[in-house]
Design a binder for this molecule. Structure first.
Ligand SMILES: [Zn+2]
Length: 339
């Protein structure tokens, strides 16, 4: 089995350097590229995001604040630190996410993975945050809606942190479904189960809080239950995935206990849901993951799954999975998860 997978990445994104001791370091990208090299999937260097594409999600004030860092560097919050090349890297990261969506929608590739840094899912329309400058996945979703003929986008976010930026971009809209699983309570503080969207977007934000220590037997059965159900009801034209690997048991920040197999299972569930309900269209975009070995292995396994490999079976749900699922079903019982 080897189905067509496009990898959008560029070693130039290793030039973003938030400084000594920062977990979101250049070595992350290099470790992934080393791990992917033996298989030589179809690699493609992305273009930079265009100003009009950025304006679909971000405010003028935020874009000016980022622009002031170009060639100079500086900090936008205590964790979100730019080096002189960071703005150029952020433009490539957002451009890669957008091009992943384009490649899928135009049929240039069957599936895609944008392997990028800096990550994006904490960047809100009006501010940088949590290592993130531009909201990469939100920009790809907005581009798909505005320019690619896509009516509905489903976004799944399995990074260990809540995707507050992506949520903020779409929480009042019914055309973009956002589902995030994350440790809770935890950084960045948002992502409570009762954050379900606002106005016309009510019911189209699905937050899945996970207790500290949750592993494959919690997370994988939750995905197996929720993702096909949400996709079947929402009928997306495109599935985008914020793929962070910081829920891995080796990760120094996450405090969860997932394994390499767990990420392969999540990716296969998402791939199969896209096949069944989104005409096969799925693109992953890298978010966090701060243990180099776990990160490189996670990306490699997901690329293999996108290429058609089989994943291990979904483990039997543990007590935590049952509890979380019951709570999510209860909160969304009159919406996308109604019987
Ligand atoms: Zn994260």
């Amino acid at each position: 089995v080897h189905e067509d997978v496009l990898i959008l990445t560029d070693e130039r994104m290793a030039r973003h350097d938030p400084g000594p001791g920062h977990p979101e370091r250049p070595e992350r990208l290099r470790a992934i590229l080393r791990a992917l090299a033996p298989d030589a999937p179809r690699l493609c260097a992305p273009r930079e995001v265009r100003p009009e594409e950025l304006r679909r999600v971000h405010t003028a004030r935020h874009l000016e604040a980022v622009e002031r860092l170009r060639g100079a560097g500086g900090a936008l919050d205590p964790d979100t630190i730019a080096s002189p090349d960071t703005v150029a890297c952020a433009e490539l990261a957002a451009g890669a996410a957008i091009e992943a969506a384009e490649a899928i929608m135009r049929g240039d590739a069957r599936r895609a993975f944008a392997v990028v840094r800096p990550p994006g899912h904490h960047a809100e329309p009006d501010r940088a945050m949590g290592f993130c400058f531009y909201s990469n996945v939100a920009l790809a979703a907005a581009h798909a809606r505005a320019a690619l003929g896509v009516e509905r986008v489903m976004i799944a976010d399995f990074d260990v942190h809540h995707g507050n930026g992506t949520q903020a971009a779409f929480e009042d809209r019914a055309d973009v479904l956002f589902m995030s699983s994350h440790r809770y309570p935890f950084y960045p503080g948002t992502g409570a189960i009762d954050e379900i969207g606002t106005g016309p977007g009510r019911g189209f934000t699905v937050n899945v809080p996970l207790p500290a220590g949750a592993g494959d037997a919690t997370v994988a059965p939750i995905y197996a239950a929720l993702i096909p159900a949400l996709a079947a009801r929402f009928r997306p034209d495109l599935l985008l995935v914020s793929a962070g690997f910081d829920a891995h048991e080796r990760d120094p920040l996450g405090g969860l206990r997932m394994t390499d197999d767990g990420f392969a299972i999540l990716c296969a569930i998402l791939r199969d849901a896209a096949d069944a309900h989104a005409q096969g269209r799925i693109a992953l975009v890298l978010e966090g993951g701060y243990d180099l070995r776990a990160l490189a292995a996670g990306v490699r396994r997901c690329v293999e799954i996108l290429a058609g490999a089989d994943a291990p079976p979904v483990p039997s749900p543990d007590v935590r999975a049952a509890r979380v699922l019951a709570a999510v079903h209860s909160v969304h019982a009159r919406g996308l998860l109604s019987p």
